[in-house]
Design a protein around this ligand. Structure first.
Ligand code: NAP
Length: 216
């Protein structure tokens, strides 16, 4: 698939590398397309990766990953053209400083805000619930780490599920985009466990199932 990345730092860069390794075409959207870091990332991924302006990366892609700091995300999304009907995978977390909570509270979500800023995009919330270090290799103790995802468009969820599998996670479908109200606090739990509760970043959640219960 043709995958665009808005935000090519820890999360965007790691996902671009993992998905590039699976043969997807990678369009890295950089604020400065001449930056050495962006060129280095593209070179690491290989000849099917290239660096562009953020708008060009969107224009060239079928699926766009959004992995920007929350405080700039509204301006970035509202400033883009051509997101209509594209799959927009929102990896952001609307964190308050010092892990004090979520800027949007618990009766709204960053995912739904992103949808409001790009009303005709097909937004899927995913890749927000564990650290980028886990995304780099989402298998611990021989078991795949779970990645919850949600969105209102069934085809977008289906495509996102395949990409989640390509990164190496066990996908867990969580219904409509309003489930981002669950996924974002879940991310805060991972971050708090890593930084407040003293476990560090090298852990993740997995799903343990009895018999054949639940979707497989
Ligand atoms: N870090 C994690 O483990 C993790 C895990 C899950 C979710 N998240 C969420 O994912 C998002 C990104 O986190 P991160 O750790 O990847 O951040 P990061 O390493 O700081 O990377 C942010 C990226 O966004 C780019 N950016 C910033 N403002 C931009 C703009 N106006 N236009 C275009 N690009 C812009 C930055 O470009 P420049 O280099 O030019 O500044 C950089 O490439 C955050 O919302 C975070 O909460 C993070």
């Amino acid at each position: 698939m043709k995958l665009g990345f808005i935000g090519i730092g820890n999360v965007g860069g790691t996902l671009a590398e993992r998905l590039g390794a699976k043969g997807h075409s990678i369009f890295l959207g950089a604020r400065d397309p001449l930056s050495a870091d962006a060129k280095e990332l593209a070179a690491k991924i290989g000849s099917h990766a290239s660096v562009h302006s953020v708008q060009e990366a969107v224009d060239l892609s079928d699926v766009v990953f959004l992995a920007t700091p929350w405080n700039g995300t509204r301006e970035i999304v509202q400033g883009l053209r051509g997101l209509d009907h594209k799959i927009l995978i929102d990896c952001t977390n609307p964190l308050l400083p010092n892990l004090a909570g979520l800027e949007v509270g618990l009766n709204d979500s960053g995912g739904e805000r992103v949808q409001a800023w790009a009303p005709k995009a097909r937004v899927v919330k995913a890749f927000n619930t564990v650290g980028f270090n886990i995304m780099a290799n989402p298998e611990l103790e021989g078991k795949k780490v779970v990645m919850y995802f949600c969105g209102d468009d069934a085809d977008a969820r289906f495509q996102a599920k395949r990409l989640i599998e390509d990164v190496g996670f066990e996908p867990v479908e969580a219904g409509p985009l309003s489930s981002a109200r669950l996924l974002e606090p879940f991310a805060l739990l991972w971050i708090s466990t890593a930084y407040k509760f003293g476990f560090g970043r090298d852990f993740a959640f997995s799903m343990v199932r009895g018999g054949s219960l639940g979707p497989s």
